[in-house]
Design a protein around this ligand. Structure first.
Ligand code: KG4
Ligand code: ZN
Length: 402
């Protein structure tokens, strides 16, 4: 195994090379590596410090939900502007939370993509500037790898070690994708190998939650409120049933736009829903968006519809992931991304995995949704490999993991 200095593979960068080299040579051991992670791919400005890719020293997330809510989704121009406003205070807070000075960092990790280019560029430009000013290495991180690392971070905090190989479902507002994840032969830095098993052909699952919530006058983002309303539905009669989604070709691909359209047609065919929708829209306009305020405005038919929608999403996500696990012959399932916070999804995965003798791991809510601790953790693997970025680093709207 090469020592840290030998492990460095440079990508030329003006002014960076020497200082990075000095930095690496002065280190004799890989423990105590502190990385500042920066995340700005969508509507969360986040910074975090993680030690050795395992211990979260601080994690700060500034959410822009209040800004985008009235548009029912993320507005890219507003997102970049807000990242610009937030990035400096958010990073400062993360450094203060970790009780560290910038000079004590070993590297900066920043999300390169996938995501909104204007938003990504704010984090990338800040990260590049900081790395150059400090003479520290910069590591470019794939946001999707960050979501995979979030599961490991959570497990490490609980003293658990997910065994590889595994299948990993990343399910959020922007992504629904299933990977096989393996350790590399030299996994001292925890580098992982990915093979894509399937992905959504249209909408992401979180996007379907957000769109259905909008149709029902339940606000944005839709996932958390639909999750709670589905649980509150109990055994009310089902006003409609949604069958399993069929995808031609790859059986591990997902599709959610048909389900969203089925909800839309069902609502159009049943004007009985409109009164409730109008009342909830009014409540939202008056700022009453809490679960306790919206629940009384949902009749049994609406609750039944929400429950059936969620049953269909959860069934689809779980079935395909379980099938992927079986095909790959793995014992471990990792589930990450904003929708991984869904209580029914978690309970169903736990039940199905237990029945098959598999282990399933989720991050808690803070690590499941976008955050920078997962970016810092992913950057650690790149750091150990000496896989550094230079001043030419650019944002990538699309950036497949495999
Ligand atoms: O990972 P994330 O914070 O951002 C993206 O990368 O998209 O995920 C946000 C998505 C939103 O679509 C939101 O509605 C969904 O995750 N979400 C949920 C739940 N909490 C958040 N979906 C279902 N159930 C939840 N409890
Ligand atoms: Zn994400």
């Amino acid at each position: 195994m090469a020592g840290p200095a030998e492990a460095v593979r440079y990508k030329e960068g003006p002014g960076w090379r020497e200082s990075v080299w000095r930095n690496m040579e002065s280190r004799t051991t890989r423990s105590g590596v502190k990385i500042l992670g920066i995340e700005s791919s969508c509507d969360e400005t986040a910074a975090a410090v993680v030690e050795d890719g395992r211990r979260v020293l601080s994690s700060v997330v500034a959410s822009q939900i209040d800004i985008h809510r009235k548009y029912g989704g993320v507005v890219p121009e507003l997102a970049s502007r807000e990242h610009l406003r937030q990035i400096v205070p958010v990073v400062r807070e993360a450094m203060a939370g970790a009780s560290l000075k910038f000079e004590e960092l070993d590297a900066i990790g920043v999300t390169q993509g996938p995501g909104l280019v204007g938003s990504l560029l704010v984090g990338i430009t800040y990260g590049k500037t900081l790395a150059a000013a400090l003479g520290k290495p910069l590591v470019a991180v794939n946001h999707l790898e960050g979501h995979v690392r979030a599961v490991f971070l959570e497990a490490f905090q609980k003293g658990q070690e997910p065994r590889l190989p595994a299948v990993c479902l990343i399910v959020s507002g922007g992504h629904t994708v299933l990977y096989e994840v393996r350790a590399t032969d030299d996994s001292s830095g925890g580098a992982l190998l990915y093979r894509k098993l399937g992905g959504t052909r249209d909408d992401a699952a979180g996007e379907a939650y957000d769109k259905v919530a909008k149709l029902l006058g339940l606000g944005y983002p839709g996932g958390p409120i639909l999750d709670r309303l589905a649980a509150a539905a109990g055994n009310v009669a089902a006003p409609v049933k949604f069958g399993p989604t069929k995808t031609r070709g790859n059986a591990l691909d997902f599709s959610f736009s048909g389900l969203k359209t089925a909800v839309l047609y069902h609502l159009r065919e049943h004007p009985e829903y409109s009164d409730g929708i109008r009342k909830r829209e009014e409540a939202l306009r008056d700022g009453h968006r809490a679960f306790a305020e919206l629940l009384p405005l949902c009749d049994a038919m609406t609750l039944g519809l929400v429950r059936e929608f969620q049953n269909a999403v959860v069934r689809d996500l779980v079935e395909r992931t379980m099938r992927g696990a079986e095909e790959c012959g793995v014992e471990t399932i990792l589930v990450s991304g904003g929708v991984a916070a869904n209580s029914q999804l978690r309970a169903t995965f736990e039940m199905r995995a237990r029945a098959k003798g598999l282990h399933v791991f989720f991050p808690d809510r803070a690590l499941a949704t976008d955050n920078a601790a997962m970016i810092a953790a992913a950057a650690f693997a790149g750091f150990c490999e000496g896989n550094f970025a230079d001043a030419s680093l650019n944002a990538k709207a699309s950036m497949p993991l495999a």
